[in-house]
Unconditional design. Structure first.
Length: 267
């Protein structure tokens, strides 16, 4: 008798929006909800990713409040812990993509050579440097918004990280191989705009007293995703899972920077 394939991600399931969302959450985070479905079914809900990340952002904001108002932690320490929470809850998948992307774009040569470097398990100085720059700047931004008592911007930034990812998807040509191509191919213009509109509504609700801050945050996330896609197009000609992971990290950073710019105009 043939052994059953244990790869639950590719096991055929009855199509269901809730199962697809649960599968996406299971696949991209370490949250132990154990809902499995096919890559195709998950990829159909790519546009909904910002809403999922909004929930993670809310958790991060609650932790930040506890750290700064109950435990009286310094804002820099709280920012570092929250950044660690955000990258670890994703199982370090997006961070791994950022490091591989950094290695690839720092190498001279053809797009094929750069893509091969990104698949190499050995981390180079390009990847380490890219991670250092993105990580330290993100922590500095988180420290600034916490110090200024704009904790809800943390929610918007985490949601906008996925706005960056779906923007990268819609602006990119998929690689021939890898899981990333499914998320790019299944995201249509209509679904992309639906995701952005929902994000803008949520951003407005979280910053209703100064709605321009939330709007800047979402636009910043879009800019980060488009920038990542442009860099990938220049160096690789295509985008893969590593590029999409990078757009998440760059999108979060650009969202925070955009909101800080907006906040400074109000002070």
């Amino acid at each position: 008798m043939k052994e059953k394939n244990n790869d639950d991600y590719f096991e055929k399931q009855e199509p269901s929006i809730l199962r697809s969302i649960g599968g996406l959450l299971t696949f991209t985070t370490i949250i132990p909800i154990n809902i499995y479905t096919t890559i195709d079914e998950m990829a159909k809900m790519t546009w909904f990713w910002p809403v999922i990340n909004c929930l993670i952002g809310i958790t991060g904001a609650i932790i930040t409040y506890l750290l700064t108002n109950i435990l009286n932690f310094d804002s820099l320490l709280a920012a570092t812990i929250i950044y660690g929470f955000f990258i670890s809850i994703n199982g370090f998948n997006h961070l791994d993509g950022l490091i591989d992307f950094g290695d690839g774009i720092m190498v001279h040569g053809t797009p094929e050579k750069k893509l091969n470097i990104m698949k190499d398990p050995i981390t180079g100085v390009g990847g380490i440097s890219t991670f250092f720059i993105i990580a330290t700047t993100t922590i500095a931004c988180l420290n600034s918004v916490i110090s200024l008592n704009y904790i809800t911007t943390i929610i918007i930034a985490e949601m906008s990280a996925k706005i960056g990812l779906i923007t990268c998807c819609i602006c990119s040509k998929p690689a021939k191989e890898g899981i990333g191509k499914f998320f790019i191919e299944y995201l249509t213009i209509k679904k992309f705009f639906a995701g952005v509109v929902i994000a803008l509504i949520l951003a407005f609700l979280f910053t209703y007293t100064n709605p321009q801050i939330g709007t800047f945050g979402v636009i910043g996330g879009m800019f980060g995703g488009a920038l990542t896609a442009a860099i990938a197009q220049k160096h690789l000609k295509v985008s893969n899972g590593d590029v999409l992971g990078s757009s998440n990290e760059i999108g979060r950073l650009c969202s925070l920077l955009a909101m800080l710019i907006s906040i400074t105009t109000l002070i």
